[in-house]
Write a protein that binds this ligand. Structure first.
Ligand code: GAR
Length: 205
């Protein structure tokens, strides 16, 4: 780990297996230019929060329900991120679409992992298992995962990394989701985080 690593916030809503991959990558030295300094969940019951506690990472919870007025949810997120002096935001299974105010505030400093090869099976309504259901019902033979920058259009920001995964005879959305995570998401997300952190780190010098 370098001195003064980039302060990373990981935004989550569910199981947090991608967060787990990032925690391991930081421990193993794959992520050298960044430090996970905050885990922010939109869901108070997310297992990702447990992973954060166990790793000794500070956590925060902001639900959509408690910030229903337009823009208030993003304002609450920004306030927490600014207080923690976050420099880089990673969406890892964060199931909320973020508005322009937020994505502009973190332009080129916010990335997302998506469980398909963008531009297939992405955009509004394509999240979690739904992505794999759509890939199987379309009959594609190859799918994968994508890490991309986040802008105000869901899943439309510049692509940073992709990895393909073969679909097998008899795959269900669940078996496919697991294989895409193991073979693609948990591999490319830590690499992409290190790549962008190193770039931000160098740009600060
Ligand atoms: C992951 O497959 C991630 O790519 C996907 O949700 C899952 C979260 O799992 N994200 C999206 O679909 C966003 N559009 P995790 O909580 O175990 O990391």
């Amino acid at each position: 780990m370098v001195d003064n690593p980039i302060k990373i916030a990981v935004l989550v809503s569910g199981g947090g297996t991608n967060l787990g991959a990032l925690i391991n990558a930081e421990r193993n030295g794959i992520i050298k230019h960044g430090k996970i300094s905050l885990v922010l969940s939109s869901n108070p019951r997310a297992y990702a929060l447990q992973r954060a506690y166990e790793a000794g990472i500070p956590t925060a919870i902001v639900t959509r329900k408690s910030h229903e007025e337009p823009g208030k949810f993003e304002e609450a997120l920004i306030e927490i991120l600014e207080r923690a002096e976050i420099e880089f935001v990673v969406l890892a299974g964060f199931m909320c679409i973020l508005g322009r105010n937020f994505t502009k505030r973190y332009e080129n400093r916010i990335i997302n992992v998506h469980p398909s090869l963008i531009p297939s099976f992405c955009g509004k309504g394509f999240y979690g298992l739904k992505v794999h259901e759509a890939a199987l019902s379309y009959g594609v033979k190859v799918t994968g995962a994508t890490v991309h920058y986040v802008n105000e259009i869901p899943d439309a920001g510049r692509i940073i990394m992709q990895k393909s995964v073969l679909i097998k005879e008899g795959d269900t959305p669940e078996t496919l989701q697991r294989r895409v995570m193991e073979q693609a998401e948990w591999k490319i997300l830590p690499k992409a985080v290190e790549k962008v952190c190193a770039e931000i780190f160098k740009s600060k010098k």
